[in-house]
Design a protein around this ligand. Structure first.
Ligand code: HEC
Length: 199
């Protein structure tokens, strides 16, 4: 009973406070496929969907990349997702219809399919140093009956290479500053020459 009332409170406050909600239709973390646990631990009986994470394969250190988790097939009426990363120096940011919860991204409500797809946009802020970030994603394709039956999920992962930021970017001096600076030194050089000649 105590548990149940906590669940109801969780649904009401999840969006405002990011309190981990016990009702799974409003989002669930820890089932991205980063560990052996996936949504299929509870949801089963439906056809398996395919899940894809689309977005850049490499990012510069500190840069933000836009990604989309796409669910196709399966029961296909609505869907939910869970995305996690293996690198604590990387930051995930939620797009429309999703939220950050326990460092992972998940849906705020079952999202209706559109054009045979259920898409969740999110962004990834790369760590400040070169390396890699592995994104784990689980997508659950559900029949919309508000229960775990006749649903099914699939997982995918994507490794993003983080490249070192080029020197110019870290100096705070943009490439466009190059031309005026060169012109200025040329002028200064000419002036010195002229002055020397006059003397
Ligand atoms: C521990 C068991 C459990 C796990 C794991 C789980 N769910 Fe659920 N899920 C439920 C239960 C129970 C319900 C029905 C109650 C509710 O709506 O919250 C549900 C409902 C849903 C619904 C609505 C289903 C429908 O047909 O209307 C979606 C969408 C959903 N979950 C997404 C997910 C996603 C995405 C994952 C994996 C990242 C996941 N769930 C993992 C237990 C679970």
């Amino acid at each position: 009973m105590r548990f149940q009332s906590y669940g109801v409170a969780g649904v009401l406050t999840a969006c405002l406070m990011s309190v981990p909600a016990l009702a799974n239709s409003t989002g669930i973390t820890g089932y991205s496929g980063k560990t052996a646990q996936t949504c299929t631990t509870c949801h089963s009986g439906g056809a398996a969907p395919t899940v894809e994470i689309s977005g850049p394969d490499s990012l510069q250190a500190g840069a933000t990349g836009n990604y989309t988790l796409i669910i196709r097939g399966g029961a296909g009426v609505k869907g939910g997702f869970d995305v996690a990363v293996d690198n604590t120096a990387a930051t995930l940011a939620a797009g429309t219809g999703s939220k950050l919860q326990s460092g992972e991204l998940t849906h705020t409500a079952p999202k209706p399919a559109s054009g045979g797809e259920i898409r969740f946009d999110f962004s990834l802020v790369a760590p400040q140093s070169a390396g890699s970030v592995k994104i784990f994603g689980a997508g659950n394709s559900v029949n919309g009956d508000g229960a775990v039956t006749l649903d099914n999920s699939a997982t995918t992962s994507k490794t993003v290479t983080i490249t070192a930021a080029p020197e110019e970017d870290t100096g705070g001096c943009s490439a466009t500053g190059g031309a005026p600076v060169m012109l200025f030194s040329l002028l200064a050089g000419t002036m010195t020459l002229l002055r020397r000649r006059r003397a």
